[in-house]
Design a protein around this ligand. Structure first.
Ligand code: BGC
Ligand code: CA
Length: 443
């Protein structure tokens, strides 16, 4: 359609003008100059009976788009969905380094075993037994964490060149083939490490990472394995805390999670074993920041690797950018009894990027954003509150949509009028489903 094309080229003309003119720092002046220029162009096009460029409508398919928390990818192979990741020139993914975090998670559990070897084997049979709550067998983060734990504890077996991440079900006698018994030499004694049980935590309606399911599962496991369970591991804190509250706290069995949700960090004082911070404070910032930069027509690194006009900047020990994957990954930190006091407030913005942007240089824009599951502990208790703190700082008016964690259409149905928004931030139910969103934006 020529109408649409005209608008797009006008838009990029405007943006490029702004980019060049804006580099001297006289932002307000150059914005005005660019706007006048655009208005003049608009008058001209109106005369030709075309759309005025002053309010040039950007086609939805050209608006900034950020995927976050669930990376567009094939849920069986993990292969990235590059079509979704490079949907337009302002498309990015924001998540965290899943492998680095998973290694830390495994190491944290191993360190705990080594430090507490005198008391950890509850029934004294020389076998250290653990159970594992898997979030979503098709989620990259969940897969990485299962592998990280199995790798550190020596219970992983190879499958196609990688550690098998399938759930074992029940494995009382160590005869399962999905995992193997590991061995640990500590202070001259050899111990066996056994994954007694693991399963995906999916409820009957289909919601994954389901905390209630995990709370029930630990009850079932405890009645089958009793004192053989020495450690509970969970691929996130939502499930981990549910198991801790249902069983491990009373039975004094160390329980490990992931996400550093505030309730889990606080529970470390009451015997929760530890958790991993995925630097949600950095991720939430990046999620909105890449949109802000695209809307401002500035380099994507602004306020990220390069300080912005308000002094916001991230140092490279908290994130990495992978240009080929068009992805920003925050780095993880282990949170244990030694340092948990520093992580008590999980919704506090990250200090180096907490400066308010000037509203005249960075005028308010509207963003459509969804959370795949309003009941997901990490996203609702940690990530969303952080986003809500940053949206003010970045002058973004964000509409937050909460999904049910099961049905993509429950969310896509609420993206009925994308033309109302300047940018989009998407958290899919399933990592395979990017096309159901991009199709709406391409219409
Ligand atoms: C988080 C989980 C969360 C999941 C949802 C993961 O990165 O660690 O807690 O449930 O994302 O997609
Ligand atoms: Ca034992």
């Amino acid at each position: 359609m020529s109408y649409e094309k005209k608008n797009i080229s006008t838009r990029y003309g405007f943006r490029d003008g702004l980019k060049l003119a804006g580099c001297g720092g006289g932002d307000t002046a150059s914005t005005t100059a660019a706007a006048t220029e655009a208005a003049a162009e608009g008058a001209e096009t109106t005369a030709q009976a075309e759309a005025p460029a002053e309010n040039a409508e950007v086609a939805n398919k050209d608006k900034p788009l950020v995927w976050f928390n669930r990376q567009p990818s094939n849920s069986s192979t993990g292969e990235l969905d590059m079509a979704a990741l490079s949907f337009n020139e302002d498309t990015y993914y924001v998540g965290f380094d899943a492998n680095q975090g998973a290694e830390l998670q495994g190491q944290m559990v191993l360190d705990y075993i080594e430090a507490n070897i005198d008391t950890i084997d509850r029934n004294g049979d020389g076998i250290i037994g653990y159970v594992l709550a898997i979030g979503d067998i098709g989620h990259n983060d969940s897969i990485a964490r299962t592998r990280g734990v199995r790798k550190a504890l020596g219970t992983g077996v190879d499958k196609d060149g990688n550690i098998n991440s399938d759930p074992v079900g029940m494995n009382a006698d160590g005869s399962a083939t999905v995992v193997q018994d590991g061995t640990l030499e500590i202070n001259g004694t050899t111990y066996t490490v056994r994954e007694l049980a693991s399963q995906e935590m999916k409820n009957s309606a289909g919601a994954t990472w389901d905390a209630a399911t995990a709370g029930n599962a630990v009850g079932t496991w405890a009645s089958s394995f009793g004192e053989s369970i020495d450690i509970v591991v969970s691929n996130n804190d939502g499930m981990g805390m549910s198991m801790f509250n249902a069983w491990s706290k009373d039975n004094q069995v160390p329980t490990f999670g992931y996400d550093a949700n505030a309730d889990a960090v606080a529970a470390i004082g009451e015997g929760y074993g530890g958790t991993i911070s995925q630097h949600a404070d950095v991720q939430a910032y990046l999620t909105l920041r890449v949109l802000r930069n695209a809307l401002d027509g500035v380099d994507v690194d602004t306020g990220i690797g390069t300080a912005d006009d308000a002094g916001n900047v991230l140092s490279d020990d908290v994130y990495v950018y992978n240009a080929d994957e068009r992805s920003y990954y925050a780095l993880n930190v282990a949170v244990t009894a030694e340092n948990y006091q520093d992580f008590m407030d999980s919704t506090k913005t990250y200090e180096p990027v907490s400066n308010q942007l000037d509203a005249s240089a960075h005028p308010e824009k509207s963003v459509w954003l969804n959370i795949y599951n309003a009941a997901d502990n990490f996203l609702s208790a940690t990530y969303q509150p952080l986003l809500q703190n940053y949206d003010d700082l970045l002058n973004l008016k964000v509409e937050y949509i909460g999904g049910d964690g099961q049905t993509e259409s429950n969310i896509t149905n609420r993206l009925g009028n994308p033309s109302q928004y300047d940018a989009f931030a998407i958290n899919m139910v399933k990592t395979d489903n990017a096309a159901s969103y991009t199709a709406l934006l391409s219409q």
